[in-house]
Write a protein that binds this ligand. Structure first.
Ligand code: NDP
Ligand code: KPL
Length: 313
């Protein structure tokens, strides 16, 4: 199996390294600065599930010959990323996007057709450190994906996603899973992420810090509202899902934060429009109270004003 990974950031680096450890033929499509750093230092991953240090193949232009393109850019980089992977996808590769959120799928479908675009999600917390090392932040190591089946309903697997999952396999550092209901899984991820992102960005604190400050009800209200938004779209969360995430968002000892808070605290761009903007609009359309999402979005937009004016937080 040949895999092209667009971006050697936190998730691209993490999953690319794990795929190499499984013996896949992996190349990274990267921009010049990252290409130079990888040529100098190799790819470095630090993880409780095992480190990776080694040289990697990079390319600055995509080419035919890949089975799968793992798309791991941020949502605000999507348009140029689509053009960058086009030569590989038009030659037959499938696209596996690990971006958070949902609206990128429509844009990928418009670019390549739904048959070439899988749904995908990562339950994995990692960050790209300033020295170029990828730091895995907890023990989550799940990559879930599946064919869309064309249209709103999830379809049967046509075998390509299952074959890719089998090639990646299941090891301590990576559990790859091809599923027949990827749209529902992506909504579950958005209910989870929408809660941790809106909550930790708005409060600029971890889940445990928010709870110790008296904010358990605030986090649980976000969770319930996100679940109501998903239900209005036809994806009700199961009782088991809600029980496990209520427990997660009730843990006063938790150091858990969203990658969006890390981006914001680093003074970088965030995916607030793609995640919080989408959820604010969806809440309004569903008749779900939108004030908490709208406030978190406003907070992120105010940060953008300061960032664009070069006033660091
Ligand atoms: N980090 C996490 O814990 C999780 C992240 N996600 C989601 O995964 C997605 C990726 O996040 P993450 O890995 O953290 O992001 P990073 O910022 O760490 O990595 C993104 C990488 O994409 C590269 N890139 C962007 N555009 C291009 C392009 N046209 N050509 C080549 N490379 C490009 C960037 O390279 P350059 O250096 O050149 O800018 C950057 O290194 C996001 O949607 C995020 O929400 C989902 C689950 C967990
Ligand atoms: C919620 C989490 C950590 C799950 O992988 C995530 O997707 C993010 O922080 O962006």
């Amino acid at each position: 199996m040949r895999m092209l990974v667009l971006g050697a950031g936190a998730l691209g680096g993490y999953f690319g390294a794990r795929a190499m450890q499984r013996g896949l033929d992996v190349a990274f499509l990267v921009r010049p600065a990252r290409a130079a750093a990888l040529a100098r230092d190799g790819l470095r991953l630090r993880s409780t599930h095992g480190d990776f240090d080694g040289p990697v193949t990079t390319m600055e232009r995509a080419c035919p010959g890949f089975d799968v393109v793992l798309l791991s850019c941020k949502a605000y980089d999507l348009d140029p990323a689509i053009e960058a992977i086009r030569p590989a996808v038009e030659a037959g590769a499938c696209v596996l996007p690990v971006l958070n959120g949902l609206s990128h799928i429509d844009r990928l479908n418009a670019a390549f057709g739904a048959a070439r675009v899988w749904g995908g999600l990562a339950k994995c917390a990692a960050t790209l450190r300033p020295d170029g090392t990828i730091q895995h932040l907890n023990d989550w190591h799940w990559l879930t994906f599946g064919e869309q089946g064309g249209g709103e309903q999830d379809g049967a697997l046509d075998g390509r996603a299952a074959a890719f999952a089998a090639a990646l396999g299941q090891s301590p550092g990576l559990v790859a899973e091809a599923v027949p209901d990827i749209r529902r899984r992506m909504w579950e991820k958005l209910v989870h992420l929408g809660t941790v992102a809106a909550g930790t960005v708005l409060m600029r604190a971890s889940v445990g810090e928010i709870i110790r400050a008296g904010g358990r009800g605030f986090l649980l209200a976000l969770l319930e509202r996100n679940a109501a938004i998903a239900a209005a779209q036809g994806f009700p969360m199961s009782p088991g899902f809600m029980e496990s995430y209520r427990a997660m968002f009730s843990d006063a000892g938790s150091a858990y934060t969203a990658s969006m808070l890390r981006d914001l605290e680093a003074g970088g761009r965030t995916e607030a429009e793609h995640i919080l903007g989408f959820l604010t609009d969806a809440a309004r359309a569903a008749g779900v109270p939108e004030d908490l999402h709208a406030l978190a979005l406003l907070h992120a937009r105010a940060h953008d004003q300061r960032r664009e004016a070069k006033r660091r937080p």
